[in-house]
Design a protein around this ligand. Structure first.
Ligand SMILES: Cc1cc2nc3c(=O)[nH]c(=O)nc-3n(C[C@H](O)[C@H](O)[C@H](O)COP(=O)(O)O)c2cc1C
Length: 205
């Protein structure tokens, strides 16, 4: 019999990503570290992020209806930590990163992050302490060195992940070899269709 401890109600999942949410607030770029971020939908492609009511970031998202999700690599831990400690209300975070422009005017993008998503605000849900923000992904940028066979490679991206329970940052290890051959074949076919520019590719989820 496996012994279990009751922790009471906790929002615990392992691991979570740690991303930089980019916004424009009062004409200035701002970046907030967020670990409560996930994929919300594949069609349309959408990302959700839970943002506490007092964050400077929420002000920018609600004012402009746009934001970016920047996926940092492990090498960026110091900057990620900085953006997770200091609020744009008190500190100018607009010069922490070199930025580049995408399709949206109010979704500042971090060059050093291997993956960048430009999002247009579609939904907000007030959950009490946090507001769940859902953004449709309008454009995706990836550093070319972080791809294998034309598709994003998580090991090359080397994303900084986060463990909510311990509060530690962690790193992904190399992928597990245990996926079934039929699941791998489905992914390969899907990737080939994506690379060929097929309009409607069914997502695995
Ligand atoms: C690893 C980590 C993860 C965090 N995740 C979130 C999150 O998901 N949602 C949130 O509202 N704040 C989160 N924070 C806290 C904000 O990043 C922090 O309060 C930041 O200073 C807010 O910046 P802003 O006021 O400029 O938006 C996190 C902080 C760290 C260090």
């Amino acid at each position: 019999m496996i012994k279990k401890s009751r922790l009471g109600p906790e929002a615990l999942l392992f691991p979570t990503p740690s991303v930089l949410v980019g916004t424009m607030v009062e004409g200035r770029a701002n970046f907030m570290t967020a670990a409560w971020c996930g994929i919300a939908s594949s069609k349309p492609p959408a990302i959700s992020v839970a943002v506490r009511g007092e964050r400077h970031t929420l002000k920018g998202i609600l004012a402009n209806g746009e934001f970016s999700i920047n996926v940092p690599s492990v090498a960026m831990v110091a900057e990620v930590d900085f953006c997770g400690i200091y609020s744009g209300r008190k500190v100018d975070k607009s010069t922490v990163f070199e930025l580049f422009s995408g399709d949206l005017a109010y979704a500042p993008l971090v060059s050093a992050c291997p993956l960048n998503l430009e999002c247009r605000l579609r939904h907000t849900l007030d959950l009490g302490g946090h507001t769940l923000v859902v953004g449709e992904v309008i454009q995706t940028h990836i550093t070319e060195d972080c791809m294998t066979d034309g598709r994003p490679d998580a090991v090359k991206i080397d994303p900084l992940v986060y463990s909510p329970g311990s509060g530690n940052y962690q790193r992904l290890e190399k992928s597990s070899p245990k996926r079934s051959p039929s699941a791998k074949r489905k992914t390969r076919v899907r990737n080939e269709r994506l690379q060929a520019g097929a309009g409607s590719v069914r997502s695995p989820t």
